[in-house]
Ligand binder design. Structure first.
Ligand code: BV8
Length: 253
């Protein structure tokens, strides 16, 4: 496990303690210590990401609805069996000091289960369902192995997640923008930033001059020193290069 630089931790602590509102942008790495696989792991053969690219798409569902349904059902059961780690509870507890706005790419529902009260799920949720043809909200009969049919229009039922090639819903985009408006600092946790969704939020935060703290054993943002060569992503103000379940409780003690 990479050592956390004490001076970076002290700077990060000063930043969060001074912030009257904290925007947390999280990705799959936030749930890695809960036993939920990330999409892209260093040294991985990318099999998981290849699967996601094939199955987490409207075309994949149209091609093989039962296979995609089973894949999501396995992930949902895994998420329900997972327990939020100490990093999740540290974020929820910080709400006693200042508003914490979570904007997550994750669909596992763990932030809310850990007690965070302001959560925007950019990519939807494993625990909500809709029909493929007309997005009728479906609440019954989704705990089965065989892909269900919509009782209204008869089309297949799918998880209410945002697939690759689908737009993030306007409500999530505006929720994230409101969170940014109310924040004075950004905590970026456990995302490779390979998916484009959080990029715009980070660029807006940088334009507003908000400090950005990245928590990741394998940081994704450019270092301040590389800022002039970085592409479309702003540099981190400081980086805590360690796992979320260890770093967040120390940062938010
Ligand atoms: C869209 C739900 C417009 C489903 C997911 C530019 C413009 C427009 C589109 C694109 C574009 N560039 C690319 C695209 C297409 C695409 C995209 O981004 N593709 C990528 C793969 C290149 N984007 C889209 O389609 C988005 N829609 O742009 O709409 C549009 C519409 C039509 C046509 C054109 C444009 C919608 C994307 C949403 C996809 N849905 N999830 C499901 O879950 O099945 S994304 C999926 O990846 C998950 O939600 C996951 O959270 C997310 C992002 O990955 P990360 O969270 O970053 O996870 P990853 O595994 O990559 O990294 C883990 C990180 O954790 C690592 O950094 C690691 O170091 C770190 N880590 C590991 N352990 C720990 C840790 N950190 C802390 N602690 C630890 N212990």
């Amino acid at each position: 496990m990479s050592e956390i630089d004490d001076s970076n931790l002290r700077l990060a602590r000063r930043i969060v303690e001074a912030a009257c509102g904290l925007l947390v942008i999280s990705g799959a790495g936030m749930s890695a210590e809960c036993g939920i696989q990330t999409f892209r792991r260093p040294g991985d053969d990318g099999a998981w990401d290849q699967a996601a690219q094939q199955l987490a798409t409207p075309e994949g569902f149209q091609r093989e609805p039962q296979h995609v349904w089973s894949w999501y059902r396995r992930r949902r059961l895994q998420a329900l069996a997972a327990q939020p780690h100490a990093g999740y509870t540290a974020l929820a507890s910080w709400e006693q000091r200042a508003p914490v706005f979570v904007v997550t790419q994750n669909v596992d529902g763990l932030h809310a289960r850990a007690g965070s009260s302001r959560v925007v799920e950019l990519h939807g949720s494993l625990h909500r369902f809709k029909c493929a043809a007309q997005s009728h909200a479906i609440t019954d009969g989704c705990d089965q192995d065989v892909v269900p049919r919509c009782s209204i229009c008869g089309s297949y039922v799918r998880p209410a997640v945002v697939w690759f090639g689908e737009y993030v819903p306007d409500a999530a985009i505006s929720g994230a923008a409101e969170a940014l408006e109310a924040a004075q600092a950004v905590l970026l946790v456990g995302t490779s930033l390979v998916v484009n969704t959080p990029g715009g939020l980070l660029r807006s935060a940088a334009r507003r001059g908000l400090p950005i703290i990245e928590v990741n054993p394998d940081p994704a943002l450019p270092r301040p020193a590389d800022a002039q060569v970085s592409g479309h992503l702003p540099p981190a103000t400081t980086v805590l290069a360690g796992p979320a379940g260890v770093v967040l409780p120390r940062l938010l003690a």
